[in-house]
Design a protein around this ligand. Structure first.
Ligand code: TRP
Ligand code: SF4
Length: 354
């Protein structure tokens, strides 16, 4: 068993990041996060967590709760297929390491309510009836009177996730920066009150081009149904790409197009070889290429780009019990670190008799 060393035993930094179990990931999730997580494995000790308890903060029905397990399975398959190595990195499900909830409770004692009330994600969630901002990943809004305690405490649980493993670096998107700021404030306060215990975690911003969805208007997102799932079949991918919006001014096949305002072109830039992208540009502005043809080519490029990931995914999916085994192994390794931290926190906070 490759034992996991946290900051004390190794000079590699410790990365922690998490995703809520939303099911199958799409190209935006891949380019915006997952691809980066894979790369970070060569420079850091990485801990990647499927945060199912966080998912509960916004789940309102038993039917939604029944989706958690299949969603965890699908997300884990995407992670593994993308190249998250469960021997190198610790890959696990949040609720399998219940120590995080202990730490959450204890951290809540050093977190002023006013800090939580000014977190923008919470403010956006309760701002009923407004258009969802791109930064809100989940475009449901909550009646202010019905906001649960768990949702308010969301960033405290997130802080517990990170510092339970004394992670120092947290790869996240811009939308998570306020949560990381809060995590740092909680850590400072804890360390001040009870003695130096936790490193202040740093956000590591993932630099990615904005990936617009097939509507060409909004960030690619599952809730807007403008996405392409990593695990989609090549046929499904082609079918969806053919629905993509293009240059709205290009009404007839004989009209020259404007690739610079067309999202299909920007997707070519990401997924097609450079020579092909140059041809797309030339043939679009001269009306040599029609949009349907252009989209078929794009679908081909995306399918080539994802072929290996999709093969691996199917291979993992065919192995009975594989995902569950991986996650159990990850939880076991995570718990070793988690228990150690909780012991230390108990001691610091005066919960241990002498
Ligand atoms: N809040 C994060 C999101 O919605 C998910 C998350 C939970 C997370 N715990 C974390 C991210 C710890 C980084 C570190 O995307
Ligand atoms: Fe967009 Fe391609 Fe149509 Fe040009 S030819 S407008 S790049 S889809």
């Amino acid at each position: 068993m490759a034992t996991f060393e946290n900051s004390s035993g190794s000079n590699r930094g410790v990365i922690f990041s998490g995703m809520r179990p939303t099911g199958q990931l799409h190209l935006g999730n891949y380019l915006g996060a997952l691809e980066n997580w894979v790369t970070l494995q060569s420079d850091y000790s990485c801990i990647y967590c499927i945060v199912d308890v966080h998912a509960l903060t916004t789940i309102e029905t038993g039917e939604e709760a029944a989706e958690i397990q299949p969603n965890i399975e699908q997300m884990a398959l995407d992670w593994l297929a993308a190249g998250i190595d469960p021997e190198e990195s610790i890959v696990f499900v949040q609720s399998h390491v219940p120590e995080v909830m202990t730490l959450h409770s204890l951290l809540s004692m050093v977190t002023p309510l006013s800090w939580l009330m000014r977190v923008p994600t919470l403010k956006e969630r309760v701002r009923q009836g407004d258009e969802p901002e791109d930064s809100v990943t989940d475009d449901e809004f909550v009646d202010p009177g019905l906001v649960n305690y768990g949702l308010v405490g969301y960033p405290v649980l997130q802080t517990a996730d990170i510092i339970l493993y004394k992670a120092d670096t947290v790869p996240v998107g811009q939308d998570q920066v306020p949560h990381l700021e809060l995590a740092r404030e909680i850590v400072r306060r804890f360390n001040n009150r009870f003695g130096d215990t936790f490193p202040e975690p740093q956000a590591k911003l993932t630099e990615v081009p904005l990936i617009l969805g097939l509507d060409g208007q909004h960030k690619m997102s599952k809730s807007l149904d403008n996405h392409i799932e990593l695990a989609a079949s090549p046929e499904e991918t082609t079918r969806r790409v053919l629905t993509a919006f293009t240059d709205p001014q290009r009404q007839r096949r004989s009209d020259p197009g404007r690739p610079e305002v067309c999202n299909v072109y920007s997707l070519h830039n990401i997924f097609s070889p450079e020579t092909e992208t140059r041809t797309v540009f030339e043939e679009c502005v001269t009306a040599l290429r029609g949009c349907v043809d252009c989209k078929r080519h794009l679908a081909g490029s995306i399918n080539t780009y994802l072929a290996e990931l999709r093969d691996k995914r199917q291979e993992f999916q065919r192995r009975p019990g594989y995902v569950r085994e991986v996650l159990a192994y990850g939880a076991e390794r995570a718990r070793v670190v988690a228990r150690r931290t909780i012991e230390e926190v108990y001691d610091r906070m005066g919960l241990v008799g002498r």
